[in-house]
Design a binder for this molecule. Structure first.
Ligand code: FES
Length: 105
Protein backbone atom coordinates (compact mmCIF):
# COMPACT_ATOMS: atom_id res chain seq x y z
CA UNK A 1 0.00 0.00 0.00
CA UNK A 2 1.34 3.46 -0.84
CA UNK A 3 2.32 5.67 2.03
CA UNK A 4 1.77 9.38 2.42
CA UNK A 5 3.50 11.56 4.98
CA UNK A 6 1.73 14.57 6.44
CA UNK A 7 4.08 17.20 7.82
CA UNK A 8 2.23 19.10 10.50
CA UNK A 9 2.73 22.67 11.64
CA UNK A 10 5.69 22.47 13.99
CA UNK A 11 7.38 19.74 11.99
CA UNK A 12 5.81 16.55 13.35
CA UNK A 13 5.43 13.95 10.61
CA UNK A 14 2.70 11.34 10.33
CA UNK A 15 3.20 8.61 7.77
CA UNK A 16 0.09 6.65 6.89
CA UNK A 17 -0.56 3.71 4.61
CA UNK A 18 -3.25 4.56 2.11
CA UNK A 19 -5.48 2.41 -0.05
CA UNK A 20 -4.86 2.70 -3.76
CA UNK A 21 -7.58 4.99 -5.12
CA UNK A 22 -8.09 6.80 -1.84
CA UNK A 23 -7.68 10.57 -1.88
CA UNK A 24 -5.09 12.28 0.30
CA UNK A 25 -8.00 14.03 2.04
CA UNK A 26 -9.68 10.70 2.88
CA UNK A 27 -6.44 9.30 4.23
CA UNK A 28 -6.01 12.34 6.46
CA UNK A 29 -9.59 12.45 7.71
CA UNK A 30 -9.77 8.72 8.44
CA UNK A 31 -6.59 9.01 10.53
CA UNK A 32 -7.58 12.28 12.19
CA UNK A 33 -4.70 14.31 10.83
CA UNK A 34 -5.27 17.77 12.34
CA UNK A 35 -5.82 20.66 9.96
CA UNK A 36 -7.47 18.66 7.19
CA UNK A 37 -11.23 18.64 7.49
CA UNK A 38 -12.67 17.63 4.13
CA UNK A 39 -15.98 19.27 4.94
CA UNK A 40 -17.59 18.72 1.52
CA UNK A 41 -16.50 15.11 1.27
CA UNK A 42 -14.41 15.68 -1.82
CA UNK A 43 -16.90 17.73 -3.82
CA UNK A 44 -14.33 20.47 -4.40
CA UNK A 45 -16.48 23.16 -2.79
CA UNK A 46 -14.95 23.71 0.64
CA UNK A 47 -11.14 23.91 0.31
CA UNK A 48 -10.73 22.56 3.86
CA UNK A 49 -8.47 19.83 2.49
CA UNK A 50 -5.72 22.23 1.40
CA UNK A 51 -2.22 20.75 1.41
CA UNK A 52 1.10 21.94 0.09
CA UNK A 53 2.88 19.21 -1.82
CA UNK A 54 6.57 18.83 -0.90
CA UNK A 55 8.78 20.40 -3.57
CA UNK A 56 10.31 17.05 -4.49
CA UNK A 57 6.87 15.71 -5.38
CA UNK A 58 5.32 18.78 -6.95
CA UNK A 59 6.20 17.97 -10.54
CA UNK A 60 4.93 14.41 -10.27
CA UNK A 61 1.67 15.41 -8.65
CA UNK A 62 1.10 18.17 -11.16
CA UNK A 63 -0.85 21.38 -11.16
CA UNK A 64 -4.47 21.87 -10.16
CA UNK A 65 -7.18 22.00 -12.79
CA UNK A 66 -9.14 25.20 -13.37
CA UNK A 67 -11.89 24.59 -10.79
CA UNK A 68 -9.43 23.37 -8.20
CA UNK A 69 -7.28 26.40 -8.86
CA UNK A 70 -10.25 28.68 -8.21
CA UNK A 71 -11.03 26.88 -4.97
CA UNK A 72 -7.45 27.22 -3.82
CA UNK A 73 -7.91 30.99 -3.90
CA UNK A 74 -10.47 30.52 -1.12
CA UNK A 75 -8.33 28.55 1.30
CA UNK A 76 -8.16 29.82 4.85
CA UNK A 77 -4.38 29.91 4.87
CA UNK A 78 -2.47 31.44 2.02
CA UNK A 79 -1.78 29.14 -0.88
CA UNK A 80 1.69 28.43 -2.15
CA UNK A 81 3.16 27.37 -5.49
CA UNK A 82 2.59 23.67 -4.71
CA UNK A 83 -0.84 23.99 -3.11
CA UNK A 84 -3.42 21.36 -4.01
CA UNK A 85 -6.72 20.18 -2.66
CA UNK A 86 -6.12 16.89 -0.90
CA UNK A 87 -9.38 15.52 -2.25
CA UNK A 88 -8.02 15.85 -5.78
CA UNK A 89 -4.84 13.81 -5.25
CA UNK A 90 -5.46 10.10 -5.65
CA UNK A 91 -3.08 7.65 -4.04
CA UNK A 92 -1.46 5.16 -6.40
CA UNK A 93 1.53 2.85 -6.12
CA UNK A 94 3.46 5.30 -8.28
CA UNK A 95 3.32 8.02 -5.65
CA UNK A 96 4.29 5.82 -2.72
CA UNK A 97 6.19 8.03 -0.29
CA UNK A 98 4.35 11.25 -1.16
CA UNK A 99 4.89 14.05 1.36
CA UNK A 100 2.55 16.97 1.90
CA UNK A 101 2.58 19.88 4.31
CA UNK A 102 -0.53 20.67 6.26
CA UNK A 103 -1.09 24.44 5.95
CA UNK A 104 0.27 26.45 8.79
CA UNK A 105 3.76 25.06 8.28
FE1 FES B 1 -13.91 19.91 0.08
FE2 FES B 1 -11.61 18.92 -0.88
S1 FES B 1 -12.88 18.09 0.63
S2 FES B 1 -12.67 20.73 -1.46
Amino acid sequence: MPKVTFILPGGEERTIEAQVGQSVMRVAVSHMVPGIIGECGGGMVCATCHVKVAETWAKRIGSPGRLEDEMLDLTELERGPTSRLGCQITMTAEIDGLAVYVPGT
